[in-house]
Design a protein around this ligand. Structure first.
Ligand code: PLP
Length: 412
């Protein structure tokens, strides 16, 4: 029964006419005429005509407390009215309080928090810290991973769709422990051997870090084979390196059973990076590490201008309160288990469903034409997209991009 406020701004046609002059071409990559989303309320988005859409994308895996959640909006307004920005070189209550609350959510000696503006920056910082701390340059990441799009993180990312340059920056890619498509099925220890081989044959025996997601998000919701992370963490430590957990997608209770994705594999990383769900949509990221590793930056007075600005950290603090108060992690577990059961039941009925995977509300379904061969259902998906073409403005580019992605997954 909710109706959004009347919209009086420019129409999508007005925006579209000006696109060549003002807007980045990437906005028109998928749609010649994109949707003009003008309002959000909890799980719904509204366009300029008041039409409602269920946002199953959750912003872009960011708005996990709901669009314009009143408590988070209020925290942003209050903070904006008292202090909008100063510099990270001084304290302010918002950053200090949120830093403490965030550190309390992490296990072991993970206590020191650095704030950034995004997941890319958090991973760049984590990689830089690992290199400074260990004195080594070599980084190991997983094939099919996504870690960001700046210098070091684009090297760590291993998917051709997202790699716009191929300067590896000392990164080596290990076999992906993918239970569905990987050569060793669900045997995490066998894939871990590949990391030992990389250390032995592609480095001089010492490494700076291993970085991975616990469940690959952009790579198609791949929950790493059980037993993989404990075995790899052991090898990395023996080679003098540190272990970085990229929790940009899997953190903040999304996986239901745990607050952090890595907890599902029973490991404790040396550095944890996060963004997306941390601020429910405000630009915020963070790196949490041990006092010993953080020390390498103390002597170098590292800072960035906007990271940890009080408005975003106030939002982040409100997010933690909302997750707790509304039991959102438990909700992800209950609702996610129900959804996974129902999807698995559909698999028994429909041959096209090859795999249902993931944890909590981080779930994926893979469609295939032949379960034995695991042939991607490319033509079928494109046909389905053709059928829903009517409700979208232009599917051609999205269509081509999708076809490329499906082929990529099949060959990797
Ligand atoms: N790491 C993971 C696992 C991601 O999914 C992403 C973004 O999708 C990033 C890092 C990069 O985050 P950002 O887009 O905030 O730079």
């Amino acid at each position: 029964d909710y109706s959004p406020p009347a919209y009086t701004g420019p129409s999508v046609d007005d925006i579209y006419k000006k696109r060549k002059e003002f807007l980045s071409p990437s906005m028109f990559y998928f749609y010649k005429k994109p949707l003009n989303i003008v309002h959000g309320k909890m799980q719904y988005l509204y366009d300029e005509t008041g039409r409602r859409y269920l946002d199953s994308f959750g912003g872009i895996a960011t708005v996990s407390c709901g669009h314009c959640h009143p408590e988070i909006v209020q925290a942003i307004v209050n903070q904006t009215n008292s202090l909008q920005h100063s510099t990270i070189l001084y304290f302010n209550p918002a950053i200090a309080e949120f830093g403490e609350a965030l550190a309390s959510k992490l296990p072991g000696d993970l206590k020191v928090v650095f704030f950034t503006n995004s997941g890319t920056e958090a991973n760049e910082l984590a990689i830089m810290m690992a290199r400074l701390y260990t004195g080594s340059h070599d980084i190991i990441s997983l094939r099919n991973s996504y870690h960001g799009n700046a210098a070091a993180t684009m090297g760590a990312t291993a998917q051709c769709n997202w790699k716009f340059n191929v300067i590896q920056n000392g990164v080596h890619h290990a076999l992906n422990p993918d239970p569905y498509r990987g050569v060793f099925g669900s045997d995490g220890k066998m894939y871990a051997k590949d990391v030992q081989d990389l250390i032995q044959f592609s480095t001089c025996g010492k490494v700076a870090a291993f970085i991975s997601e616990a469940i690959q998000g952009v790579g198609g919701i791949v929950d790493l084979a059980p037993g993989y992370l404990p075995a790899v963490y052991k090898s990395i430590k023996e080679a003098g390196g540190v272990c970085i957990a990229d929790e940009v997608q899997a953190g903040f209770g999304r996986t239901g059973s745990h607050f952090w994705g890595f907890q599902g594999q029973g490991v404790v990383p040396d550095i944890v990076t996060m963004a997306k769900g941390i601020g429910n949509g405000v630009p915020l990221g963070a790196v949490v590490t041990t006092p010993e590793i953080a020390e390498v930056l103390t002597r170098r007075s590292y800072f960035n201008t906007f990271g940890g600005n009080p408005v975003c950290t106030a939002a982040g603090h409100a997010v933690l309160r909302v997750i707790e108060k509304e039991k959102l992690q438990e909700n992800a577990h209950v609702v996610g288990s129900y959804l996974k059961d129902r999807l698995t039941a559909l698999k028994d009925k429909h041959e096209i469903i090859g795999d249902v995977r993931g944890r909590g509300l981080m779930l994926g379904v893979e469609l295939v034409t032949d379960r034995e061969q695991k042939t991607p259902a490319k033509a079928e998906i494109l046909h389905l997209m053709d059928q829903i073409k009517g409700i979208c403005n232009n599917f051609t580019l999205l269509y081509e991009w999708f076809a490329k992605l499906i082929t990529f997954r099949a060959t990797n």
